[in-house]
Ligand binder design. Structure first.
Ligand code: CA
Length: 234
């Protein structure tokens, strides 16, 4: 069955070009031109991927991401017009999986879509294949990760985690005691095609520590292994 992609872009010529090329590559494509239509179509279609422009009439792409992330884990590829750090950080913080800065070539776009879908497939397969995730709850002292509810609790209280913080935590707890390099973490949690650098990993580790470490300045759970990466010690 072909994968379904929802394109949300208000610029008609770009929207049509993206749709045309994706369809030619064998995907099933639907398109929307504003935030409200995007939410409606995403809920109805449950697409395999959402390609989402930031600057939209009505709700912008950030708002659409914020709303959708409360409901679903649909992978989101965000399109931004400006190569501004603030857009990138904001988009990723809100739960976009990757982003591209306009203008980009169609070839680059198709490669990114393919890679993102492949990564999502691999991650799902890995989750199915591994033994640990079959446990609905992973317990590390006062920290509990519920893989069915996609949430983590500390002392019984649900933590407010951004989607990528949760993904990172899940990846760490599935490899306890192993030294994980930043590059490996970046590849497995964000994908090798991800536009950001390994600093993204450090930033998310810092955010996670502030939520799960008793003393974030002296971490005992997510340990920094100098010159190597990170290790989860439970
Ligand atoms: Ca736009």
């Amino acid at each position: 069955m072909p994968e379904t992609i929802l394109i949300v872009e208000d610029e008609l010529s770009l929207r049509e070009a993206l749709a045309y090329n994706l369809e030619r590559d064998g995907y099933k494509v639907e398109a929307a031109g504003d935030g409200k239509a995007a939410l409606e179509a995403a809920r109805r279609l449950q697409p395999d991927l959402l390609v989402l422009d930031v600057m939209l009439p009505g709700f912008d792409g950030f708002e659409v991401t914020r709303i959708l992330r409360k409901e679903t884990n649909i992978p989101i590829l965000m399109l931004t017009a400006r190569d501004e750090e603030i857009d990138r950080v904001l988009g990723l913080e809100m739960g976009a999986d990757d982003y591209m800065t306009k203008p980009f070539s169609m070839r680059e776009f198709l490669a990114r879509v393919k890679a993102l879908l492949r990564r999502v497939r691999l991650m799902r397969e890995e989750m199915d294949a591994e033994d640990l995730p079959k446990q609905a709850e992973l317990v590390f002292d006062n920290l509990t990760i519920s893989t069915t509810r996609h949430e983590a609790r500390l002392d019984g209280k649900t933590l407010m985690l951004k989607p990528k913080e949760y993904d990172l935590l899940l990846f760490l707890v599935r490899h306890p005691g192993q030294v994980l390099t930043r590059e490996l973490i970046l590849e497995r949690v964000w994908g090798w095609d991800f536009g950001g650098g390994t600093r993204t990993v450090d930033v998310h580790v810092r955010w996670l520590r502030s939520k799960i470490e008793p003393d974030p300045s002296n971490p005992t759970r997510i340990i920094t292994v100098r010159g190597m990466g990170y290790r989860f010690d439970g």
